[in-house]
Design a binder for this molecule. Structure first.
Ligand code: FEO
Length: 399
């Protein structure tokens, strides 16, 4: 029988492991070793479930619940987020516990109805509303647009725990469910990965919410998100990292993303990287089609410069680069600059289009010049690009 895992007195993890998930939220976020959908059970005079899981995993969640409370009924269910990874099991849950009171934000109740077409008597809650379950009082805090309009978190003062839903999540899949079962470096790196791919467009909301939560003077020593491990030891480093992510705190770093068929654009990318490297900039170089988009987004988060290269594909940008630009545009990055480059054989039009797309995405160009190359770069051409990389390095250091 599958078991719940106790995380605090009277509080249990009753989530599931999805070992086979490789595309999190469709193609948005390729992941390497699956994820978890975390649900939590609070056993008090009234029993409360925080979130459900994807419908196909509901039997596992139920088994874990039964391992704690047997046939006792659940009194309350908190729908912290209506996205299906946490809500598609909800109606199945209500069939098993028809008398449970369901709590959701106003936006959450609306999204549930529009997805599952069933009216449920949700009790709509907003920031600072509370639910007393006996000795525990649950306080709700809306987290609008982190990363859907309906997200909220639940704070239990008596046990010093925040159930944060998607915020502070990461894809660490383990039965060792606390952060200190893993290295600090791994935990923060996975949180960065998750932030860059799921939360990055909402940095302003995250920064404001972190400020608001700090002003509320909550006392807590555990953060239990809806994906991955539970934070209890690395909380100061996590909060510091989130502050840096939300404000696009940047280092002297450049990320080069390109696509190339006959290696001409690749030669340009590597010459620019050489110059940036010689100039003391930490530089990452990725051929888009050979690299996980999740890795590229993570590396972009704290870079000052994004250099994008494309060959000429029937007079337009390489499809993978066009798709990357769409994603970049949606992320509302701030404080970074860009450079477009690329090779062509006839019709020098792509680099100009690339430059315009980058500027439209909020990334002003380092240069007005079009950095393009007709067919194969000569040694002199490559030396000029190395010099350009060195010049960019100096500009980057002043940003
Ligand atoms: Fe984990 Fe926004 O869903």
């Amino acid at each position: 029988m599958k078991q719940a895992i106790q995380i605090k007195e009277n509080m249990y993890w009753v989530g599931v492991h999805d070992f086979n998930c490789r595309q999190f939220h469709g193609e948005l976020f390729p992941i390497s070793e699956g994820t978890t959908y975390n649900a939590y059970l609070i056993v008090d005079e009234q029993i409360t479930l925080i979130d459900t899981v994807e419908e196909e995993f509901m039997d596992i969640m139920m088994e874990r619940i039964h391992s704690v409370i047997g046939e006792r009924a659940i009194d309350n269910v908190i729908v912290q987020h209506a996205e299906p990874d946490h809500s598609s099991g909800f109606l199945k849950f209500m069939e098993a516990y028809p008398n449970a009171r369901a709590f959701a934000s106003n936006a959450g109740a609306n999204a549930m109805l529009k997805q599952y077409f069933k009216e449920v008597a949700y009790e709509k809650v907003k920031t600072n509303d509370t639910l007393c379950t006996g000795k525990y009082t649950l306080t709700f805090i809306e987290m609008a647009m982190i990363h859907w309009p309906d997200n909220m978190l639940t704070y239990v003062k008596e046990n010093g725990i925040i159930f944060s839903n998607d915020a502070f999540g990461q894809h660490i899949v383990s039965y060792n469910i606390f952060d200190d079962g893993h290295s600090l470096e791994t935990c923060i790196d996975r949180a960065k990965d998750y932030y860059a791919n799921i939360v990055m467009p909402y940095g302003m909301q995250v920064a404001n919410k972190l400020r608001q939560i700090a002003e509320m003077n909550l006392t807590f020593d555990m953060i239990a998100p809806s994906h991955g491990i539970i934070w209890r030891t690395y909380i100061p480093q996590l909060l510091e990292s989130y502050e840096a992510f939300a404000t696009f705190k940047q280092t002297n770093k450049a990320v080069i993303v390109y696509e190339s068929v006959w290696k001409h654009t690749q030669m340009m990318a590597e010459a620019l990287a050489e110059g940036l490297g010689q100039g003391g900039i930490h530089v990452k170089v990725y051929k888009n089609s050979a690299t996980s988009s999740a890795l590229i987004m993570k590396e972009i988060l704290d870079a000052k410069a994004i250099l994008v290269g494309s060959g000429n594909y029937n007079n337009t940008i390489a499809p993978g680069i066009a798709s990357f630009l769409e994603k970049l545009s949606s992320c509302k990055v701030k404080g970074k600059k860009s450079l477009a480059f690329g090779s062509y054989g006839w019709g020098n039009v792509v680099t100009k289009a690339l430059k315009e797309r980058l500027e439209k995405a909020g990334l002003p160009s380092f240069h007005e010049d079009i950095i393009s190359q007709c067919y194969t770069p000569t040694e002199e051409d490559l030396d000029a690009l190395i010099q350009l990389g060195k010049d960019l390095a100096e500009e980057i250091k002043t940003m």
